[in-house]
Design a protein around this ligand. Sequence first.
Ligand code: FAD
Ligand code: MLT
Ligand code: ZN
Length: 456
Amino acid sequence: MPAHDDPLAGALAAIVGAPHVLTDPEVKATYEVDWTSRYRGESRLVVRPAGTAEVAAVVRECAAAGVPIVAQGGNTGFVGGGVPRGGEVVLSLARMDDVEPPDQAAAQIAAGAGATLAAVQDAARRAGHFFSIDLGARDSATIGGLLATNAGGTRAFRYGMARAHVVGIEAVLANGAVVSRMAGLPKDNTGYDLAQLLVGSEGTLGVITRARLALTSRGGSVATALVGIESTAEAVELFARLRRDLPGLDAAELFYANGLELVRAHAGLPAPLARAFPAYLLLECSAVAGAQDDLVAALGADADAVLADDSTTRQRLWRYRESHTEAVSARWIPLKLDVALPLSRLAAFVDELTAFARAELPAAQVFVYGHAGDGNLHVQLVGLDAAAERDAMAAVLALVARNGGSIGAEHGVGVAKRDWLHLTRAPGDVAAMQAVKRALDPEGVLNPGVLFPDGT
Ligand code: FAD
Ligand code: MLT
Ligand code: ZN
């Protein structure tokens, strides 16, 4: 529909200014497909408000017109929750990207929902603090998206997921009401914690417009090691030992030989160690001083490891792990399954997955990598047609459930996994979540089709 024929476009232009209502199909296109090119749909229009009051007015206008809204930050999510399914308004938070100077005494930072993770990390670092969330999409992923998905990343086992960093949130509900807890009070037990309710709600309960986040400190001495290991079981044992003996351990990332070969071919990287291993652990620790000595001592003299204590070498080692996502997506549109297992079941799960793939998915290649400290594996299946993908997804997620895991560790449910939510959430849980959704969004304005199988 041309812009001038769409009364909603006109009404939204009156709120945010005509240049910030996008109706041209070519201009809208990048907002309509996800990072992996797996999920796409046409939007009614894209609207880019500049502040919370504008978001509230946009939500009210869309609700009155009966047009659903998909909130979008950096569009780096992996479960299809941030792109339209067909006919929704995409509400982009990209313009709301201000980052306040950190509050030194409270060790907190406030930022707009559209601020990137990297911008918040940099502002914290410049003020002598540390914002501990980190992930490969740091230059694009936004604070709103990180909180809406409760993102994890590489340091979650030590510092917690996004949720653990939230001191306050400002958000717009489906009826246009603004909820705001931005005073930064670490102690405030005055009723339901609405901020935490919104964390991990994947855009279904409110549009996050602003957040106040807790900062921490990290010793200035940082050491990184890439260690060759023989098996997943050895990774789990090594992690358990290091977590106990090395208090500064803050990353333990796992990948396997086939992923390393793919990454090396994609990024043109040399072999990291003198010989190839079945699996690798990328470890990082920090301390006030002497982190490398601590790491070497904890690893022991027999470890097959390459070490880094300067930032250039460190970044080179991290490329072996962080380039997995890009290396896989450069060649395929992968079926990405982000799952969590109890650490005690991690090795058994990988063995069962390998046996299943060998027997049932001969056409597929399987790349597994993840955050070992959280028992969080990213299983990428490539080379399957659509029907085989659905069967494989059902089988792998059932295997996760049988091993006591979660079908969605850090990326969320979105549209990708809504049909399998019942595998790891009891009927009572799902009913309670749907009751919350109906109470806050009775008309289904915010991200319908995400999270619940029946499109609630
Ligand atoms: P989007 O993709 O735009 O949106 C994601 C979801 O949040 C959607 O449902 C959307 O509707 C909702 N949403 C977005 N903004 C708002 C808002 N302001 N209010 C309400 N709802 C909103 N994730 C991890 O957890 N750990 C990792 O290690 C990790 N590594 C990654 C590496 C790469 C290379 C890439 C591409 C992605 C990675 N991700 C990782 C996934 C992704 O970066 C995170 O899920 C991130 O939190 C999404 O942020 P975003 O701003 O891109 O959100
Ligand atoms: C990662 O840990 O690399 C991310 O979550 C991205 C991915 O799953 O590919
Ligand atoms: Zn991850």
